[in-house]
Design a protein around this ligand. Structure first.
Ligand SMILES: *Cc1c(COP(=O)(O)O)cnc(C)c1O
Length: 382
């Protein structure tokens, strides 16, 4: 019997509709009630000096770059194996994204290549925690310190994951989170900017940039009588209905991570022997890293085999999908002067990686169907 298994399903905890009703109908729910609850949750639980909920992960990244005041011609080192938003956030300010290579084990930035890419124009490093599994932060932090560079974590996929017992997004000067419907914890569109920096310049400007260049946030706190235009900024404040949904999900963060871990471990155990035979590569979670199990992938020895496995799984109703087209070899990357050969590991991974369905509400029957079929297809590879 064929079962249709989508790659992803947005999770529903059961509390969302109640909070949406509350946001719409209850007295005293102003335009930032759930937004403030979510921000306060992170400030307290994650011990972050200042948190801004945003319209998206993309906007958290854009706000981060605005806050650092980076200038045209300066450079930011980031992986090519990421979503375009990482690079767009700097390009929009005329800043140059410099793509560095990833390590084959974790698909995260290779610290050695970061060092090779540093020039006198470099101002920041933007590590991306791929699949919610932390980058080699000890090494990356020491490189940033040694060269006086800002650290902005693209932790868009990293909610509720940790490195050495501290949450992702709280290691850099700034950390950016996404709650897009494809992420572990989701509200359709949404994000957060974690401000860990203690630079007064950054803290002071953040709420102005966030709220359309005005001091409206101060006004809402009752500190001033009226608000007005005080600086440059944009509208990064999220809608209350999305934040009401997020509030329901945040309270179940650990449960969600545990559910995903179960599916991830089930796949990993069921496919270990194929890794042993050298047929596939599987995700690696290094010592001291607690993943949020955002992605389960297999890497094949060639694009041809990846395509064959993908086609076969798709025919059996399983929506197995590739991931990032490396930024350096995309149409835009070529315009920036890159050629595919510049980053051979990234290029190979981009072509030969295949992700399996993994969502919080996956049933035993669904995960068994996926694993049995993957095993069957792998048996037939010649
Ligand atoms: C999802 C994602 C983003 C963008 O987040 P949105 O909330 O969709 O804007 C940025 N970077 C990475 C690595 C992502 O996975």
């Amino acid at each position: 019997m064929m079962i249709r298994i989508p790659f992803n399903k947005q999770y529903y905890t059961g509390q969302e509709i109640g909070y949406i009703r509350e946001a719409l109908l209850e007295e005293g729910r102003g335009d930032s009630y759930f937004t403030n609850l979510c921000a306060a949750f992170f400030e307290k639980e994650y011990q972050i000096p200042q948190v801004f909920m945003t319209t998206s992960g993309t906007h958290a990244l854009e706000m981060a770059v605005l806050l650092l005041g980076l200038e045209p011609g300066q450079e930011v080192i980031m992986p090519s194996f990421t979503f375009p938003s990482t690079a767009n956030s700097v390009l929009l300010r005329g800043v140059v994204p410099v793509f560095a290579e990833i390590a084959e084990t974790t698909l995260n930035l290779d610290p050695e290549d970061i060092k090779r890419k540093i020039t006198h124009r470099t101002r920041a490093i933007m590590p991306v925690h791929y699949g919610g599994t932390a980058c080699a932060m000890d090494e990356i932090i020491s490189i940033a310190r040694a060269h006086g560079l800002y650290l902005v974590e693209d932790a868009a996929q990293g909610i509720n994951a940790k490195y050495r017992d501290r949450y992702l997004g709280t290691w850099g000067d700034l950390g950016c989170i996404s709650f897009h419907s494809t992420k572990n914890i989701a509200c359709g569109e949404g994000g957060a900017l974690f401000i860990n920096s203690k630079e007064p310049q950054i803290l002071k400007r953040a709420e102005i940039i966030w709220n359309k260049g005005t001091n409206r946030t101060q006004f809402l706190r009752g500190e001033i009588e009226r608000y007005s235009w005080v600086g440059t900024g944009s509208n990064y404040t999220p809608g209350e209905l999305g934040m009401a949904v997020l509030w329901a999900q945040l309270k179940q963060a650990d449960l969600i991570t545990a559910k995903r871990k179960g599916i991830y471990e089930y796949y990993r155990e069921g496919l270990a022997s194929y890794k042993g035979k050298g047929l596939i590569g599987l995700p690696v979670i290094p010592e001291g890293v607690q993943s949020n199990y955002h992605i389960f992938y297999m890497i094949f020895s060639s694009e041809r085999i990846r395509k064959r496995v993908q086609d076969e799984l798709n025919k059996r109703g399983i929506q197995a999908v590739i991931h990032f087209v490396p930024l350096h070899s995309s149409a835009m990357g070529k315009k920036l002067g890159y050629v595919p050969e510049d980053l051979p590991v990234t290029e190979r991974v981009g072509k030969s990686l295949l992700r399996l369905p993994l969502y919080n509400s996956m049933t035993d029957q669904e995960k068994e169907y996926v694993l049995e079929n993957v095993q069957d297809v792998l048996e037939r590879i010649d």
